[in-house]
Ligand binder design. Structure first.
Ligand SMILES: NC(=O)c1ccc[n+]([C@@H]2O[C@H](COP(=O)([O-])OP(=O)(O)OC[C@H]3O[C@@H](n4cnc5c(N)ncnc54)[C@H](OP(=O)(O)O)[C@@H]3O)[C@@H](O)[C@H]2O)c1
Length: 167
């Protein structure tokens, strides 16, 4: 099973200069709680924005480059075929695809679940979530929250599963 997980602002913004445009600790906690002990797949640019691989998760970096210098504990996949082969071989595993925009766009057709954090504000940045047709998705859980930042920002944790054909 493939799950996408991301946070976006009201305009679908997700990135700024290789980083997240905000600091929202509740979102980081949710990300950790959901992804811990699961494989996490990310684009080469998202991984470049990390100080180190995410602990207690198999980190997998997508890049079409054949020679890519990565820490020894980080896996390298050169195509989505490796992702689909992995999910076929591990049908009970939830693989979290954690961004960025290019990788979300490529993986969206294969995704079974979405974990979206909708931040009710507008930020400045350079990377946006690809368009998602939410008529294909069923909202299964929605949890609102308020940040402890000043000024406070409200957000919502929204979980979706892909609708079955005909439902
Ligand atoms: N708000 C959030 O939740 C969130 C989550 C994650 C990331 N982000 C932000 O998003 C931004 C980065 O996103 P991005 O779209 O610029 O880059 P990205 O998706 O992280 O990485 C793009 C790179 O991934 C590789 N790639 C993409 N599709 C591939 C495919 N089908 N097969 C093989 N390799 C593939 C390519 O690497 P090569 O060029 O090496 O071939 C491509 O240049 C950053 O600002 C980051 O902080 C935000």
């Amino acid at each position: 099973m493939i799950a996408l997980i991301w946070a976006q602002d009201q305009n679908g913004l997700i990135g700024a200069n290789g980083q997240l445009p905000w600091h929202l600790s509740a979102d980081l906690k949710r990300f950790k709680r959901l992804t811990l002990n699961h494989p996490v797949v990310m684009g080469r640019k998202t991984f470049a924005g990390f100080k180190r691989p995410l602990p207690h998760r198999q980190n997998i970096v997508l890049s079409r480059q054949t020679q890519l210098a990565l820490p020894t504990d980080v896996q390298h996949w050169t195509s989505l075929a490796e992702l689909t082969a992995y999910t076929t071989a591990h049908p009970d595993e939830v693989v979290f695809v954690i961004g960025g925009a290019q990788v979300f766009a490529a993986v969206l057709p294969y995704a079974d679940r979405l974990y979206r954090t909708q931040i009710n504000g507008t930020f400045t940045g350079d990377t946006w979530m690809p368009a998602i047709d939410y008529s294909e998705w069923q909202l299964t859980a929605q949890t609102p929250g308020v940040s402890d930042a000043d000024p406070a920002v409200t957000y919502s944790f929204d979980d979706f599963t892909r609708r079955k054909i005909g439902k």
